[in-house]
Design a binder for this molecule. Structure first.
Ligand code: MN3
Length: 206
């Protein structure tokens, strides 16, 4: 059974950048819903039961039933993406990357601000619901991309491993920011814990 990542902070602790009601609804309703729906789908599909979520999302094509595949894509994606999202946030974040992650960012993008600009562009440029991503590619370089719905880089067949995701579904920001997605993304940078991103980078690297 897949279990939601527990939060290391309270729902109100990301204020004023991400408001309490958005966090509460996002985690307790949306993320919980994806998790429940994924578990229900996996219960009916014995071939998935001994697999990790990463294995499932990397090999969606192995699910023969189209309806089950779509359910797992949407809800397995939602489960995985929100685990990544919520665990990258902190009320006391490391404000900038250090070590090998910083070196790779400088190599691939120039400066940390250049990377943030690229990611902000991917987040604000995504039409409709979706995500912006920073991923580690097979060749060791980093890439910025965006995906629709609850898709993510694991599903692309490229071997890219996501290490930071910006949720740009309206449920992630609309209560506070209304139509101003750019303001939410700007605020988001204040609560990204670069230590959490570095941990994923190092894990994906080894
Ligand atoms: Mn969401």
């Amino acid at each position: 059974m897949f279990v939601q990542q527990t939060l290391s902070y309270g729902f109100a602790e990301l204020e004023p950048y991400i408001d309490e009601l958005t966090m509460l609804t996002h985690y307790n309703k949306h993320h919980a819903g994806y998790t429940n729906n994924l578990n229900t789908a996996v219960e009916k599909e014995p071939s998935l039961q001994d697999k990790t979520i990463e294995e499932i999302l990397t090999h969606l094509d192995s699910i023969k039933d189209e309806q089950v595949r779509t359910t797992v894509r949407n809800n397995g994606g939602g489960f995985y993406n929100h685990n990544l999202y919520f665990s990258s946030l902190s009320p006391k974040p490391a404000k900038a990357p250090t070590g090998i992650l910083e070196k790779q960012i400088v190599k691939d993008f120039g400066t940390i601000d250049d990377l943030k600009t690229r990611l902000t562009g991917a987040a604000t440029g995504r039409f409709g619901s979706g995500w912006a991503w920073l991923s580690l590619k097979k060749d060791g370089s980093l890439s910025v991309s965006s995906t629709p719905n609850q898709d993510n880089p694991l599903m692309t067949g490229t071997g890219d491993v996501p290490i930071l995701g910006i949720d740009v579904w309206e449920h992630a920001y609309y209560l506070k920011y209304k139509n101003l997605r750019g303001d939410y993304v700007k605020a988001f940078w204040n609560v990204v814990d670069w230590n959490a991103v570095a941990t994923l980078f190092e894990a994906a690297h080894s």
